[in-house]
Design a protein around this ligand. Structure first.
Ligand code: AMP
Ligand code: MG
Length: 418
């Protein structure tokens, strides 16, 4: 048996960062920027008003108060997007809207609330200033966000909503990012039925393809569903060959010791393959290797292949531990591990066979402390337990058990926002 770390190291040594693609900015969320972004413009382009009010010379407001307002002559109005034509001279003010450029001569903005505007008729030619304002008040300076020629985002940045906004503010509609991996997914098993079909007695629906495809999508890849291969060599070979255009192939099932588990035999003939029993629970049997073949276009391809166990919980947990880091690495990401927290375990657990246990748990924060309780029975076929869980309690391989009240490390699957 090998450790999780050994298995992961081997897998990561076989996958590389993918090439670049140019993508519309709204389609590259969570992708990694593949170019440095310099600004060709200054933002904001001009000094402008931070509030609706009056552009004035601050000197004119000296001594102003509610009891003795300073009255100024209103000579113009300037809206956002227009260029002021008049200049503010002593004793005058220009009505100004948020975002409008500051007129020449003005050095501050008096907010509407600090004038007698509300007391006046709409088109008054005079305004009373009800308080002193300091020079520079409520003015946003040209270039305070971005200066022309500066580097705004660097290569390697992960695109999140703020980056999308900044790119848009620069007038960029497309950027170069590391492309998303295409992950082909092949289910295996004579017992499996496609979800579009009626369910004959004794058969089960193919769920792994969909949970795995959803995980691929969640972490930024593009799932390619190859359907169901039956438990015979011919069917499997056909399925595998359909996956040869992908960046990675994931199979689920067929890697344990059962009589019909032909994935091993087929893969051994189709490329370099390693079968491991990994010191973990759930998910002991795992296959990894390189599939060699010629795709439909006649091009020779070497595709990393990850053979996940078929039990629905095992395939999801092993995906998180092994497929997710591989996908993230291909996408150019540096942080490949899931976040963990320390939590007080509210149940007791036994670890009888020296493997690292990942137990489905519900993690909650109470009074500044995380608490974790198990979802219930931990059978690796109980997929609904994954619905309940937002984390996996980790019990190290050398620990025979955990008592209720002990602190454990929990790998978070979800930080629920809803
Ligand atoms: P295997 O790894 O092929 O021996 O499968 C282990 C268990 O997982 C068996 O009970 C299978 O029926 C089940 N299983 C395998 N593949 C799937 C799948 N795609 N969807 C749902 N259950 C599956
Ligand atoms: Mg099977």
């Amino acid at each position: 048996m090998i450790s999780i770390e050994q298995a992961l190291e081997k897998i990561l040594s076989y996958v590389d960062v993918l090439g670049e693609e140019e993508t519309p900015i709204l389609e590259c969320l969570r992708q990694v920027l593949a170019e440095d972004i310099y600004s060709g413009i200054t933002i904001p382009p001009l000094d402008n008003a931070a509030m609706d009010g009056y552009a004035v010379q601050s000197r004119d407001t000296q001594g102003a108060s509610r009891q003795s307002p300073r009255f100024l002559r209103v000579i113009d109005t300037v809206a956002a997007g227009s260029i002021p034509e008049c200049e503010v001279e002593p004793g005058t003010a220009i009505r100004i809207m948020t975002g409008a450029p500051i007129p020449r001569g003005a050095d501050s903005v008096v907010r509407f609330e600090d004038t007698d505007e509300v007391l006046r008729k709409r088109s008054s030619s005079e305004i009373g200033v009800l308080g002193e304002v300091a020079a520079g008040l409520d003015i946003r300076r040209a270039g305070e966000d971005i200066t022309r020629g500066s580097m705004v985002l660097s290569q390697g940045t992960i695109i999140r909503p703020p980056e999308v906004g900044v790119l848009a503010s620069l007038g960029r509609s497309r950027v170069k990012v590391i492309r998303r991996p295409v992950v082909a997914i092949l289910a295996t098993g004579d017992e499996l039925v496609d979800i579009e079909q009626p369910l004959p007695a004794g058969r089960i629906y193919n769920s792994n393809t969909y949970s795995v495809a959803a995980l691929v999508k969640r972490y930024g890849g593009i799932p390619r569903i190859l359907g169901i291969a039956r438990d015979n060599e011919d069917s499997l070979v056909v399925g595998l060959h359909q996956g040869l255009n992908a960046d990675m192939l994931i199979t689920a099932g067929g890697v344990s010791a059962g009589d019909y588990d032909v994935v091993k035999d087929v893969l051994a003939k189709q490329g370099e393959i390693a079968f491991w029993t990994v010191r973990m629970k759930p998910g002991k049997p795992l296959a990894f290797g390189i599939i060699k073949g010629v795709n439909q276009d006649g091009i020779a391809r070497d595709i990393p292949h990850l053979g996940l166990p078929g039990n629905p919980v095992s395939s999801m947990v092993t995906f998180e531990l092994f497929a997710r880091p591989a996908i993230l690495k291909m996408m150019g990401k540096k942080k490949l591990t899931k976040p963990t927290v320390d939590a007080v375990l509210e149940d007791s657990m036994v670890n009888s066979d020296g493997r690292r246990v990942f137990a489905r748990a519900i993690v909650e924060k109470r009074d500044g402390q995380y608490f974790a309780r198990l979802t219930g029975p931990q059978g690796s076929g109980i997929l609904t337990s994954m619905v309940l869980a937002n984390g996996l309690v980790i019990v190290p391989e050398d620990k025979a058990g955990v008592e209720a009240g002990e602190v454990v490390r929990v790998m978070m699957l979800d930080w629920s926002e809803e």
